[in-house]
Design a protein around this ligand. Structure first.
Ligand code: MLT
Length: 213
């Protein structure tokens, strides 16, 4: 395991106790600064670990290589997901926080899906905004106890809603508790995504508190 913190990242410690830490994963061309405001809006006071993808596509950071839009280099997906999982483990030791919930957008949501399928203990669940299937034939994963919110855009020109549906079925089949919503929007995030994520997180936290009571 890489013991150094090999990904460029920002960490904001929690200012309120008892909230799930968030692992923030940006879309193509983003960086570790992009999703901090979104994380703060969705879960004010939660610890935030925001990471920059290590692949460059024409200078734009991503979390794994693709051969064309929507066509992934799956060997690279596997390699990069393992690197990211090792980094999250190392960061948890250094900063001292519990297994995070992923908050990923687009390419960041896709690497979050790959983390779930390849290295399930890395994440306690996640909010995946505009995600698609990252691996055609993923290994069998046990995602029982993991709660996920998947939000697709009905008019998304990059990710057909049917692909989001397939991902939801794949994660449900692995035992995750998946909530899926399709908004009447495109690939860009909307205010409705933020409202849905906030409401879902509140419900997930209440359920977790009941479970651990
Ligand atoms: C991807 O490459 O992960 C998806 O096509 C979304 C994107 O980043 O454009």
């Amino acid at each position: 395991m890489a013991s150094d913190l090999s990904f460029v990242h920002r960490f904001e410690p929690a200012t309120r106790p008892g909230l799930a830490p968030l692992l923030l994963l940006h879309g193509t061309g983003g960086d570790e600064n992009d999703l901090l405001p979104l994380g703060q809006m969705i879960s004010p006071g939660a610890a935030l670990l925001s990471v920059r993808g290590q692949v460059l596509e024409h200078g734009m950071p991503r979390f794994f290589r693709r051969l064309a839009e929507g066509v992934f280099d799956e060997a690279d997906v596997i390699h990069r997901a393992n690197d990211l999982a090792d980094f999250v483990e190392a960061a948890r030791e250094v900063y001292g926080f519990a297994a995070p919930l992923a908050l990923g957008y687009s390419n960041g949501a896709n690497i979050a899906a790959a983390l779930l399928l390849l290295r399930p203990p890395t994440l306690r669940g996640g909010i995946l905004l505009r995600a698609m299937v990252p691996l055609a034939q993923p290994p069998e994963a046990d995602l029982s106890g993991r709660s996920l919110l998947l939000v697709s855009g009905q008019h998304d020109p990059i990710i057909p809603p049917a692909n989001g549906e397939r991902l939801a079925a794949m994660l449900t089949g692995a035992g995750a508790d998946v909530t899926r919503r399709v908004l009447p929007v495109g690939h860009q995030l909307s205010q409705a995504d933020i409202s849905l994520a906030r409401e879902w997180l509140k419900r997930a936290e209440i359920t977790a508190a009941i479970r651990s009571a």
